[in-house]
Design a protein around this ligand. Sequence first.
Ligand SMILES: Nc1ncnc2c1ncn2[C@@H]1O[C@H](COP(=O)(O)OP(=O)(O)OP(=O)(O)O)[C@@H](O)[C@H]1O
Ligand SMILES: [Mg+2]
Length: 510
Amino acid sequence: MAFAIELLNITKGFPGVIANNDVSVHIKEGEIHGLLGENGAGKSTIMNILYGMSKPDEGKICLFGQAVEFQSPMDAIRQGIGMVHQHFMLMPDETVLRNIILGWTPKKGICIDEKRAVAEINDIMEQYGLKVNLKAKINQISVGEKQRVEIIKALYRKVKILILDEPTAVLTPAETDSLLDIMRRLKEQGCTLIFITHKLREVMDVTDNVTVMRKGVVTGFGPTSEMDITKLSRLIVGKEVSTKIPMEKFHPGDKKVLEMKHVSTARRPGRMPLKDVSLVINEGEIVGVAGVDGNGQTDLGEVIAGLIPAESGAVFLDEKDVTRDSIRKRRKKGLSHVPEDRLKTGAARDCTISENLMLNMYNEKPYSNKSVMNQKEVLQTSEELCEKYLVKTPDSNYTIGTLSGGNMQKVVVAREFSSSPRLLIAAQPTRGVDIGATQYIRTKIAELRDSGKGILLISAELEEVMAMSDKIVVIYEGEIVAQFKRGEADEYEIGEYMLGSKRQEVLYGN
Ligand SMILES: Nc1ncnc2c1ncn2[C@@H]1O[C@H](COP(=O)(O)OP(=O)(O)OP(=O)(O)O)[C@@H](O)[C@H]1O
Ligand SMILES: [Mg+2]
């Protein structure tokens, strides 16, 4: 079988780091090719090169046997390459429709033929079971929906080669299953797919061949049928990785770290508001929120953190009413928050890694004295945090935007976990994070719980919620519809509550 893509001896450097060092990847026509590797291994870099977004320092690209040189993504798009980026490239103030047809607009005379575009997009949505409201603005839709927009956009351009850079990181298990189905269907139709993911089960499930990278070089490749999860993780990390989370026995304290009493939030475009939510988290307890994305999880995290107000009801931190307190005040009282959208609310994009790590503490001793920053202390602490939380960067003085996706997430986690919280809200804490660092973050959450902190774990991964939580609440259409202790229900039962086909009669606080 001919190769659809040959990436030959690609080298690409950035200041202080060689992101790709003589990397060669061969991808057969009509296959699903898994591209794997730790955070910062160089996966997005080489795919950006293939998509014409950046130029390699050395090496060449062949498409269907022909050498090509792209000056911009437009050249790649013309050759039938589509890319769903790790961090979406959509225009937030424009509608879904405009985003999809941008640069690819059907015309009627000199006017845009929107009707034709809508008909074609509706066809695609129907054919692949992808649903989004074309009239909604991007800034009003959930991350899962943005993902769908990116995929529809690629399909609309009739791609022959589709690059998917961690598409499942933001999807729920059901959405993931349907994306994997879409990928299989595209393959049947002759499309060649490159699939980046940290979830090895997905790799085993859907790919034909894999290439594994570590620190900018290829460490292994071959047919998926000759791989298994242990072999893959060894190629990715370079050694065995355990997936056990060391959790001490559950010893919750009596004190309530968080209490929500009948909290409702206002309706916002693209958001599911909370309806009469009551919830308690004790000291030394992890409460996990299970639910299909878009059922109020975002409002739940944000109303506790103070990013949005409660319309009615009250929020208590350490038994003190904080309902009207500002974000800063709540944080002073011991609240930490890893928000679900690391780029929007988790990090200041134009600031350095060090500044992002110190956002909580820069104005406190020993980091500043009488409004003068002590750069030495700041740098030392940042470097320590980067090392501890496995943030891969040559220097914490680089802007956070130069980091790979997973490493940005680790910066946010490092800042929030290290501020000795009383209550930690961890929304999708391991999203986009590689297997080694995921294990580290989960272990840290367990440690925080064992040292008496209260933790609210919001995760689209039911497996993560079930493995970590002492108590599980199920959220459906903005309401808490069920509550279980660890081990009381299996994933199928929880699934029924998540889909709204069942609800418990009596819940805490009602
Ligand atoms: N624009 C840039 N400027 C400076 N350094 C960069 C830039 N883009 C990437 N890098 C660096 O190149 C290396 C590879 O990054 P890349 O984004 O390709 O990793 P990745 O394998 O996609 O990781 P992840 O799984 O976290 O997404 C990292 O060390 C990153 O910090
Ligand atoms: Mg990446």
